[in-house]
Design a protein around this ligand. Structure first.
Ligand SMILES: Cc1ncc(COP(=O)(O)O)c(C=O)c1O
Length: 450
């Protein structure tokens, strides 16, 4: 029996509101690898919620830490006052961050973390007397949240077009997705590292390199449908940035916290950026929290430049280092370590890869790409009905197969919690395979009942 709730008043984010409200998909509880719906069905979580519940749902140690903190101290001001949990959370995050990145700026989510990182980059150059560096370079199809800074450096047209001019002085690298050459790559694609050379050959020629403050990229472009960096690509970006004194920012909101079987993609790729943007898995998504993980000398530049007893960086949020989020982050990082979840993800990745590539040859499957516990399955779109094919698979997986997947355009993106078992990997890919096999060449779509 489904629970009746008035759905009129909540304007849902990134949602087809009218379709959803015609037949709501309501989740009412969660535990481990599963959600439960309002009509009592168990749904396998193939997406870690929104790429964020890396340790699985309802972990008792994280729940306990949040409950205890709520009962001890609900809130403390973040400006000019402190509380121990925020400092503990920063130290815990540093303990799993790449060496040298050891100063943490807290905020509430990925979008704020992106905007904070961009502001740190711009202000850093300014305080060290290099104020000409005001340009930012992102990448086509990049997703850096929904703040004005994030949509400016982001490269998803739909997220930008309604909002007028954003930041000036922003340019975009081309994205490296190349299905013609790299379809069905297992792990990193072979072709395309030379696209990183564009940064030097095109962007820095067009714009004086002395005017560029930072380059921001997701090591793997997640939200746009799992675009992997070709072999050697990130290394090239690093060395070009080094050559011209440009800061390199990795947006690891998705790739952080074990998604690739290492704490961060920076560790996995052996490429250390100057700042890492983190959120989502930082608290296992229990309490919203974002963070910028900053190279120490960048932080120290601010400390050295400001007069004594004055604020060094004019930026922050009422909830920076919120006590509940901080308690959740400390407990979450402890769970990742004590349960060796990053190692577990690395061990499970080959099985996940084989299962993903078992879809090759099924109807409509144009590409499968994967790394760690993330995978993208690109489908042939239906002419004139972009997104309809993948959306149909999503709905059938949810209603008929009890599996939650995520789609973007005509791409299915999977990113299960790191605790997933082999049988659940089979269930997830098995469900998608069955739906694809049953899908008609041009499925009928009824948005009210879909
Ligand atoms: C790479 C990346 N950056 C930033 C964000 C924005 O995070 P949030 O939705 O927490 O603001 C996301 C969200 O999916 C993301 O994937």
């Amino acid at each position: 029996m489904s629970i009746h709730v008035n759905t009129d008043h909540f304007w849902m984010p990134f949602t087809a509101n009218r379709q959803f409200k015609a037949k709501p998909r309501m989740l009412v509880s969660a535990s481990g690898m599963h959600y439960t719906t309002d009509d009592g069905r168990k749904i396998l979580d193939g997406t870690s919620g929104l790429w964020c519940v890396n340790a699985g749902h309802g972990h008792p140690k994280i729940v306990e830490a949040i409950q205890k903190q709520a009962a001890t101290m609900d809130y403390a001001p973040a400006f000019q006052m402190g509380h121990p949990k925020a400092f503990e959370a920063a130290s815990a995050l540093v303990s799993i961050a790449p060496e040298g990145l050891n100063r943490i700026f807290f905020c509430n989510d990925g979008s704020e973390a992106v905007d904070s990182a961009l502001k740190i980059a711009l202000a850093y150059h300014r305080v060290r007397g290099d104020g000409l560096r005001t340009r930012l370079i992102g990448r086509e199809r990049g997703y850096h949240g929904v703040g004005f800074g994030g949509i400016a450096v982001g490269g998803i047209a739909g997220n930008r077009k309604h909002f007028g001019p954003t930041l000036p002085g922003v340019d975009h690298l081309r994205h490296p997705l190349n299905i013609a050459q790299n379809a069905f790559s297992r792990g990193l694609p072979e072709h395309g590292a030379e696209l990183a050379d564009e940064l030097e050959q095109r962007m820095l020629t067009l714009h004086d390199p002395a005017t560029v403050a930072a380059v921001i990229v997701e090591p793997i472009q997640g939200s746009t449908g799992v675009i992997l960096p070709p072999k050697g690509y990130l290394q090239k970006l690093r060395s070009i940035c080094d050559r011209y004194g440009i800061l390199l920012i990795f947006d690891e909101v998705i790739t952080g916290f074990g998604r690739l079987g290492a704490p961060f993609a920076a560790d996995y790729f052996g490429v250390v950026p100057d700042m890492i943007v983190a959120a989502k898995g930082l608290t296992n998504a229990t309490v919203p929290m974002g963070a910028v993980i900053v190279r120490q000398d960048i932080h120290d530049t601010f400390m050295d430049a400001a007069p004594e007893n004055t604020i060094e960086f004019y930026h922050g949020y009422t909830y920076s280092g919120h006590p509940l989020a901080s308690a959740a982050a400390v407990a979450t990082i402890d769970v990742y370590r004590s349960e060796q979840l990053f190692e577990r993800a690395a061990d499970m990745a080959p099985y996940f890869e084989d299962a993903a590539h078992s879809l090759k040859g099924l109807p409509h499957v144009k590409d499968v790409r994967n790394l760690g516990l993330v995978c993208g399955i690109e489908l042939e779109g239906i002419p004139g009905k972009a997104t309809a094919r993948a959306s149909d698979v999503f709905l059938k997986c949810f209603w008929d197969k009890g599996v939650l997947i995520r789609t973007t355009g005509d791409i299915i993106a999977l990113s299960p919690p790191l605790i997933i078992e082999k049988s659940q990997i089979d269930q997830m890919f098995g469900a998608i395979a069955e739906v694809l096999k049953a899908q008609k060449a041009v499925p009928e779509f009824d948005s009210a009942t879909a």
